[in-house]
Design a protein around this ligand. Structure first.
Ligand code: NDP
Ligand code: GDP
Length: 345
């Protein structure tokens, strides 16, 4: 039986990857950082089938211990401070976790289990102010945020460990990928959650930043399969993973609001707080290499993805709403709430 160690197992991708590897018969170990209240929402349903190891990317000794305990055949380094916006307010923490944390993880593997195959979660944010479109493996990087800069460092460290120590280390340059498990501050989830809340009468407006930014959005469940495929090849390499389609934030709003019969223009308010100091205007990936060599293909399209997220946020918010009504925290006498309430989760 193969063993895998996943850092960032409590996050969106970590949880989908854990499910995927369990299905393939792997023993799955997950690194989680200690928090006062455990953050297991994404992995609650598989907790009895995985082994959790406490550790932090900024603490090399904890990573060494994690590699010793898991004795992994494959290591997926998904942990990071992953939110671009926060990287401006916490640039040093972002560098420590997202950049140097990767070197810590590479060192732990090199020292304890150098034969383990290593996956680094690189990002299309490395292309930033893009110098060509579509972006592919050979496109030069021009990061536009402390997050993007940190990912470029981590990417080159991964390449360097492959070339210096002959480690099987791959960097997956993944374009944005989303799901019902996406963090609530990312634009897709922020929109789908707001659409659900507006539909249910819990919210009346949605404050947004730049609506013209374009992203290549795919489904996280499809993307974790590409991570695994990269570690099953004869030789390690780096791959772009994307859908090859780009959509604006405005299109995202149109799709999400119209799905529940609303017009986004009636609810969206421009808010300077959500505009960024430096923007990444357009991302569009060319994933020919991954599609041809790995045989990878995305299954979920853009509209289907957004509708899946709206459906999930409707369910989640209805459940919360019913609990609040039962506890007397929300009044059905409020006409907006009454209009949105169906009585069913
Ligand atoms: P999430 O933000 O959902 O998950 C990040 C994970 O990292 C969480 O489990 C978090 O733990 C953990 N973590 C953060 N800091 C530390 C630390 N210091 N030590 C240990 N664990 C830590 O990200 P995603 O799942 O969306 O993304 C996975 C990876 O892929 C990230 O590296 C991200 O930057 C990268 N990526 C993501 C893309 C996307 O579109 N989703 C695109 C390209 C790259 P906790 O739950 O405690 O916060
Ligand atoms: P990113 O590509 O990793 O930065 O993913 P995000 O989902 O955080 O942002 C995608 C794009 O949406 C960026 O160009 C943002 O500027 C744009 N955007 C516009 N309004 C918002 C907003 O209110 N929140 C977020 N997170 N992004 C927004």
């Amino acid at each position: 039986m193969k063993s895998a160690l996943i850092t960032g197992i409590t996050g969106q991708d970590g949880s989908y990857l854990a499910e995927f590897l369990l299905e393939k018969g792997y023993r799955v170990f997950g690194l989680r950082r200690r928090t006062s209240t455990p953050n297991y929402t994404n992995i609650e349903h598989i907790l009895d089938r995985i082994q959790i190891i406490d550790g932090d990317l900024s603490d090399l000794s904890s990573l060494i211990r994690a590699v010793q305990l898991a004795n992994p055949d494959e290591v997926y380094n998904l942990a990071a401070q992953s939110y671009v916006e926060t990287s401006w307010s916490q640039p040093l923490l972002t560098s420590e976790f997202t950049a140097v944390g990767t070197t810590n993880m590479l060192e732990a593997v090199r020292l304890i289990k150098p034969s383990a195959r290593f996956y680094q979660a690189s990002s299309s944010e490395m292309f930033g102010k893009v110098v060509e479109t579509p972006q592919k493996e050979s496109t030069p990087f021009y990061p536009r945020s402390p997050y993007g800069v940190s990912k470029v460092y981590a990417h080159w460290m991964t390449v360097n460990y492959r070339e210096s120590f002959n480690m099987y280390a791959c960097s997956g340059i993944l374009f944005n990928h989303e799901s019902p498990r996406r963090g609530i501050e990312f634009v897709t989830r922020k929109v789908t959650n707001a659409v659900a809340r507006i539909k249910l009468g819990l919210q009346t407006e949605l404050r947004m930043g730049n609506l013209e930014a374009r992203r290549d959005w795919g489904f996280a469940g499809d993307y974790v399969q590409a991570m695994w495929l990269m570690l099953q090849q004869e030789t390690p390499d780096d791959y772009v993973v994307s859908t090859g389609e780009t959509h604006s934030v405005r299109e995202l709003l149109e799709v999400a609001f119209s799905y529940v019969g609303l017009d986004y223009r009636d609810y969206v308010v421009n808010d300077e707080r959500f505009h960024r100091p430096a923007e990444v205007d357009l991302l569009l990936g060319e994933c020919a290499k991954a599609c041809e060599r790995l045989g990878w293909e995305r299954k979920v399209g853009f509209v289907q993805l957004i509708q899946m997220m709206v459906d999930s946020d409707l369910r989640l918010n209805r459940t919360k709403m019913n609990d609040s009504i039962a506890e007397g925290k929300l009044e059905l006498s409020n006409p907006l709430v009454a209009a949105g309430w169906s009585g069913n989760p």
